[in-house]
Design a protein around this ligand. Structure first.
Ligand SMILES: [Zn+2]
Length: 46
């Protein structure tokens, strides 16, 4: 098949047991990605 450019569509956000923010992305081809954000209290950069 030719080169496929994934289109990452946000499929939802959840909070893990560790208190991290887990964002899920999906492409129409079935590929999925997850991004984990550390949510810390008193985040210095923001
Ligand atoms: Zn794709």
């Amino acid at each position: 098949m030719g080169e496929h450019v994934h289109v990452r569509v946000n499929a939802g956000v959840a909070v893990s047991d560790a208190g991290e923010l887990v964002e899920t992305f999906r492409c129409g081809c079935g590929a999925t990605w997850t991004r984990v954000y550390r949510v810390e209290e008193g985040e210095p950069e923001r």
